[in-house]
Design a binder for this molecule. Structure first.
Ligand code: SAM
Ligand code: SF4
Length: 326
């Protein structure tokens, strides 16, 4: 069992398969020139499997594949298939644009739930934000996932100047479609020029929702990062990921493994330990994992406080989101 010094059990691993991506979302990638990891620094399939096996032996029960865009990694189907042999819940966060190519592999591996990122329902805005004209394909792939029986969560980063206009449209979509839309408060990462005034909080969004809809609060489960709501009678739900305005670190069970094999005990943590380097030298991994978990800060990687308006992005040391694996 992986227990930190605050009594939190860590049983959920998020593995980044690559830092590469076929989209260019400005809130995720450094605005300046992005330096991609060289192939030799990425974990190979066998290395991913070996590290995952160690985590599973230490009590990990859920593995999420992420990136960069996990589906751009050529070996994705093989990695998925081999991970499906472990006794874990296997899941995926994706921008959705390659889903149609992998739908059979996802079904075969027993994946039941997929998170698809989609920040706007407007084709032009989508193109501008991702720098790719792929809205139609992403939307079709969301429908495909639903048709094939997957539980689909849609992740929308609440971007100031955009979400205010679209928020109610997203909720409206949940009337007929059983989608679970999650509005994520904008978070600071290296190179994304975060400013506190750009954060649209859950309570601001909820006020907008209540002007148009009857809204019911749903019960949240342990370890849920999202605070869930529903318009009674609608097929889907909506939720807020309130990392900035009301963090949920007290209940955190998450560990991250970057595409270059570093363990991060927190999304915002600057401390990393090199599991891949140790694996390649034949050194023990378990003690490094335990050390990392034991050093986890109480909240927000120890880098800023719950009062996010006081956070100084220039003082936060971290990778860009695309490099971490969200
Ligand atoms: N490419 C995949 C995707 O877009 O879903 C997986 C990786 S992406 C880094 C994982 C999630 O992080 C996405 O839902 C994305 O919207 C979210 N994300 C990226 N940068 C963010 C930021 N600055 N604040 C909040 N969420 C962010
Ligand atoms: Fe790529 Fe996902 Fe980041 Fe967008 S959010 S640039 S799709 S990794």
């Amino acid at each position: 069992m992986l227990l930190d010094s605050f009594g939190r059990i860590h049983d959920y691993l998020r593995i980044s398969l690559t830092d590469h991506c076929n989209f260019r979302c400005s809130y995720c990638m450094p605005v300046e020139e992005m330096e991609w990891m060289p192939q030799s620094k990425l974990m190979s399939i066998d290395e991913i499997l070996s590290l995952a096996e160690t985590f599973v032996s230490l009590g990990v029960k859920k593995i999420r594949l992420t990136g960069g865009e996990p589906l751009v990694r050529k070996e994705f189907p093989e990695i998925l298939e081999r991970l499906s042999d472990f006794p874990v819940e296997l899941t995926l966060t994706t921008n959705g644009v390659l889903i149609h190519k992998h739908i059979d592999a996802l079904k075969k591996a027993g994946v039941r739930s997929v998170n698809v990122s989609l920040d706007t329902l407007n084709r032009e805005k989508f193109h501008k934000l991702t720098r790719r004209d792929q809205f139609d394909l992403v939307w079709e792939n969301i429908q495909l996932l639903l048709k094939e029986g997957f539980r689909v969560k849609v992740n929308a980063v609440a971007l100031h100047g955009m979400i205010e206009d679209e928020f109610c449209d997203f909720i409206q979509v949940t009337e007929k479609l059983p989608l679970h839309v999650r509005f994520i408060e904008f978070m600071p990462f290296a190179g994304n020029h975060w400013q506190s005034k750009e954060v649209v909080t859950a309570s601001q969004m909820l006020e907008i929702a209540k002007e148009k809809f009857d809204v019911s609060k749903l019960e949240d489960k342990k370890h849920d990062t999202a605070k869930k709501y529903q318009v009674p009678g609608f097929a889907g739900t909506f939720a807020f990921i309130t990392t900035m305005s009301a963090h949920f670190c007290g209940d955190c069970n998450r560990i991250r493994l970057t595409a270059d094999g570093k363990i991060k005990n927190c999304l915002f943590g600057k401390e990393e330990l090199d599991l891949l380097g140790a694996l390649r030298k034949g050194e023990p991994i378990e003690s490094l994992i335990r050390l990392s978990i034991s050093q986890k800060h109480q909240a927000l990687g120890g880098q800023f406080s719950a009062d996010y308006e006081k956070a100084d992005p220039d003082k936060i040391e971290n990778r860009s989101m695309i490099n971490i694996g969200g």
